[in-house]
Ligand binder design. Sequence first.
Ligand code: CAO
Length: 414
Amino acid sequence: MKALEGVRILDMTHVQSGPTCTQLLAWFGADVIKVERPDIGDATRGQLRDIPDVDSLYFTMLNHNKRSVTLNTKDDKGKEIFTRLLECCDVIAENFAPGALDRMGFSWERIQEINPRIIYASVKGFGPGPYEDCKVYENVAQCTGGEASTTGFDDGPPMVTGAQIGDSGTGLNMALGIVTALFQREKTGRGQRVVCAMQDGVLNLCRVKLRDQQRLARGPLTEYPQYPNGKFGATVPRAGNASGGGQPGWIVKCKGWEDDPNAYAYVITQAAAFSALAKVIGREDWLEDPEWSTPDARLPKLDAVFHEIEKWTMTKTKFEVMEILNPLNVPCGPILSMQDLVEEPSLRKTGAIVEVDHPTRGKYLTVGNPIKLSDSPAEVRRSPLLGEHTDEVLRDVLGYGDEEIQQARELGAV
Ligand code: CAO
């Protein structure tokens, strides 16, 4: 049995944020019925295609374990079918532009009338306020949620990150919101509204920077590379690769860095392991020298500390750095490229990366469920073709007969 077996989700999500959420719930065993516009479907089916006329990796990697139904929810017959689906689903999830579902005639009030037990979950770019009507994509959320202003180097422009913290991050929030609302419904019998704003989600992940904004009012941020020689202004500056925690860290070059853009490692100079680190890099002299022996003495000269560490790491590969420093309790990590990750056997073993077979694409790699439940192991099944399950859902979930299905098809509703 799967954890969410018996939970049925009417999945109106598209692009990335919403589908991240419903894919996760599908991995936990929910029956996720993805509703897509007839002939068009989720726009990502056709975006960044690597094989002509085949669903893109963008789509397939966000829509595993779901069923696909095509339905025109602006058409009368389509609305009737949609209403029936609302009646028999536990959750409706969507991430359309603000107001899209209302414009189709399905406000929260109307949805509650149809099914008072249903949970109605949405991702939007912004919460109530000046930008609430705006359409939002990943990088807009990163820029407006505090990520971009705090990422990058002091002398460079703001920078977005490759990790999709606005989209996938907010999708994770919504999944938690839905499961929590389902839990509450067990006690109250009532559904509720779940809303997750991408700006809020990014800001939530940037909490250490909000922490630093308040610390800044009381003096310089001593772990930032701007200390003690650079300038601090009124707002949290970009900290390059400084760790953000209480322990200084930086990215240092490793053997081969001249040709390999990822021949680097992250090294943290945690006080407890500093003497082992100093010894291994050949700077045992630091341990006796009051100029270097304590964290406070080293703080204003962290660039020199990392420069010395780098002289040593440049003589080792990033994997050797990991092998040597880890047993010394020096927290560190090689910069793993996507190719490194794809080739790492342990990630295949745990299911962090899985191979899936698709009828038109063939075999491809995707990420597996990063949350492991001992009683509900996740198996990753391929994404559905557009409308692959329309008849099946109309028949088995809504009880339609062949004639009714044919009529809906002729009317263009499905
Ligand atoms: N039948 C009929 N119409 C349908 C339909 C269906 N099955 N599914 C969608 N539509 C309609 C919508 O109702 C909408 O019509 P209206 O404009 O008349 O209301 C239209 O299709 C387009 O929807 P949209 O405005 O959401 O799509 P878009 O491509 O213009 O915008 C996005 C995309 C992502 C910017 C916007 O949906 C958005 O801001 N979503 C919220 C934030 C979010 O999740 N962003 C993350 C996206 S991942 O990077």
